[in-house]
Design a protein. Structure first.
Length: 651
């Protein structure tokens, strides 16, 4: 198979161009086609509180939100949208409003008369939400479910036609219906089919004012599913614009990196017409973060041509991991490594190990590995006077000083330029690994053959290209084309002074490479004013968000909305404080039941709002304690974790 036949979601895997979608009219801010990529956010106020909702919407608009979405639980909230819109218009704001509907078709029909777009969820608009009990559906029962969707959805389409209201078909991984789960399971194919059922009705009814989203808190699931959806839509000649976002991304650096890994992977392939960065923070914070991401991706427009590898059997809609040799502790089935790059440092320092994630034990005066301890440290030379390095920390040094370093540490490994590797005899270097600095232009046939002949080689893949992400993807695809199994570490050099900028750019580019199983290691460096510790943490954060290496507790938390009846940000902060040392666990904090248990499908334990002052606790998707007092919930969750043998005391 050729690449073009396999990966039909993208015009060109190696040269950026934006997917051309149809146009969807949303108020005075149309979506898709040649319009800019829009940035949006969602209120977390009570939709029945007009003043609070209007004031928050204004803050969001002034921070850059081009669409404002509001929770619309029932008919009362739907009616109140009229007053919120009037309040905004009175103050001179014409930003389109979007009603977020779950479980309530009647609320959708009311809201469609007042707002510019409504969001409906295929998993709960008509169908019964999955109860995970394995209900079997006969063909007749399955078709009956489809007929019910037609009966409820077509009247809504007609109301939207009459009021010039757009519809977003918003499928969430956490809320697939019982009927879809019975046939397709909890899979990308199930999410795609749930979406297509509604899109086919829109097509049959000649209703084109449509947008689509497929979201998940699992970045790999999200990326693969959106790609599959676009491929299937192309087959059916459906070109509706796409809304992108990672649900329950969290807050702080975790939320930003996770959002950039998932959303950035799709934007890099030209997919996406509007995005939302779902942070467990005030909603007006989201749009500036999203705009930074969009601006960075658009810097790749009109870049220099990247020569595409001629052939590959990889389907990027599938879950894939490149097969490589195992070279010492790199490649094969070994854990993805992190290299801490100190090559820009002019002077050696005794605190280098601390910057690489190691801690000095004050009792034994020995270095101990922290949760974010790098596997290797790259130095631009070696000073024999420095003896105090961790025994487990591998050293990478330029070939000229390898012998000095090797006398000090058997973990010292030489780094060769591509030219030296190609033309010199490396047999005198008895090290376990031969690291090689390479760029895409180095990959001649002779160079690849030499890589294949050297079982100690590990590539440090670098790129200075305007679209470095795509060039590094092409690099690995060319190795695969020639059946070269040399492990690859992706190295990127940035020039940032703001940590958020570094996190977003590095996660956008490198996250996709790891989601697609192309890398064996990561190495970040930066010429701006960002600490080595933050660079290190960003590298580990990217690997965790791409689900290739877990180094800390993963907290999955929603951004909150009008359905949330507790102070979500305060609870998330408290949960992090109590459980941050449990690096082997994933813990979810969800504001309400709408997506809670479903989006927490692969977490170990969950905290879900169940009503005013009430919380339900889960082990995975199993409800353990229902409607307990919120003030008791964290202590109860600790007890549940202990009872299941997953608790570890903090060091």
């Amino acid at each position: 198979m050729t690449i073009s036949k396999l990966n039909t979601f993208c015009k060109d895997l190696f040269n950026y161009s934006r997917r051309l979608s149809s146009e969807t009219k949303i108020g005075k801010t149309p979506l898709g086609a040649l319009h800019p990529i829009r940035v949006q956010s969602m209120t977390n106020t009570d939709t029945n509180n007009v003043q609070a909702s209007v004031e928050q919407a204004i803050r969001m608009i002034e921070s850059g939100a081009e669409y404002v979405r509001l929770t619309t639980q029932g008919t009362r909230e739907a009616e109140n949208l009229k007053h919120i819109k009037a309040g905004l218009l009175e103050k001179g704001y014409q930003t389109p409003l979007v009603a977020d509907i779950h479980f309530n078709p009647e609320a959708a029909t009311i809201a469609a008369q007042y707002v510019d777009k409504i969001r409906v969820n295929p998993g709960n608009f008509v169908d019964k939400k999955a109860d995970l009990k394995g209900t079997e559906y006969s063909e007749e029962m399955y078709q009956e479910g489809l007929n019910k969707i037609h009966a409820k959805f077509i009247p809504l389409i007609n109301i939207c036609k009459e009021n010039k209201t757009a519809i977003r078909i918003g499928t969430n991984h956490g809320s697939l219906s019982d009927r879809i789960m019975s046939r397709y399971g909890d899979t990308p194919r199930g999410m795609v089919e749930a979406t297509l059922e509604f899109l086919r009705i829109c097509k049959d009814e000649r209703f084109s004012n449509v947008a689509i989203s497929i979201k998940s808190s699992n970045t790999v699931m999200m990326v693969k599913t959106v790609r599959l959806l676009v491929s299937e839509m192309n087959k059916e000649e459906l070109y509706f614009p796409l809304h992108l976002g990672v649900t329950e991304a969290g807050e702080g650096e975790d939320g930003r990196i996770k959002s950039a890994v998932g959303t950035g992977a799709l934007l890099n392939d030209g997919l996406g017409d509007t995005i939302r960065i779902s942070l467990t923070e005030d909603p007006e914070i989201e749009s500036p973060v999203g705009q930074k991401m969009v601006d960075y991706i658009l810097e790749k427009e009109n870049h220099g041509l990247i020569q595409s590898p001629a052939y590959s059997g990889i389907n990027l809609c599938d879950f894939y991991k490149r097969s490589t040799l195992e070279v010492n502790n790199i490649g094969g089935r070994k854990q993805t490594i992190v290299i801490s790059d100190f090559s820009l440092e002019r002077h050696f320092s005794s605190d280098f190990p601390e910057q690489a994630g190691y801690k000095m034990n004050v009792d034994t005066f020995e270095w101990e590995k922290g949760d974010l301890a790098a596997n290797y440290m790259y130095l631009n030379g070696f000073d024999p006077a420095i003896r105090d390095f961790p025994k487990e920390l591998g050293l990478i040094v330029d070939q000229e000083c390898w012998e000095d370093a090797f006398q000090y540490s058997e973990l010292a490994q030489p780094l060769f330029s591509s030219e030296v590797f190609m033309h010199d005899d490396l047999s005198s270097f008895s090290s376990d690994i031969h690291f090689v600095n390479c760029e895409f232009s180095d990959l001649t046939d002779d160079f690849i053959n030499k890589l294949k002949a050297n079982p100690k080689a590990v590539i440090i893949c670098q790129s200075k290209h305007q679209n470095a992400f795509a060039e590094q993807r092409a690099f690995v695809f060319k190795l695969i084309q020639f059946n070269c199994k040399t492990p690859v570490v992706f190295h990127r050099l940035f020039n940032e002074n703001e940590l958020e900028d570094l996190q977003l750019k590095s996660a956008c580019d490198l996250g996709s490479l790891f989601i697609d199983g192309l890398g064996n290691g990561i190495c970040l460096n930066n010429t701006g004013n960002i600490s080595r510790e933050d660079l290190n943490a960003s590298a580990f954060g990217i690997l965790q968000a791409a689900r290739v290496r877990t180094s800390k507790t993963e907290f999955i938390s929603c951004p909150g909305c009008g359905r949330t009846l507790f102070k979500l940000q305060d609870v998330v902060a408290e949960v992090k404080k109590k459980f941050a040392h449990l690096s082997h666990l994933k813990i979810g904090v969800m504001g309400c039941i709408v997506n809670g248990p479903g989006e927490m499908g692969d977490v170990d334990y969950g905290y879900v709002g169940a009503g005013a002052g009430r919380v339900s606790l889960y082990k995975s998707r199993e409800l353990i304690k229902k409607n307990i007092l919120s003030e008791d919930a964290i202590d109860e969750l600790i007890q549940i974790i202990k009872e299941n043998g997953d608790w570890k005391d903090a060091k």
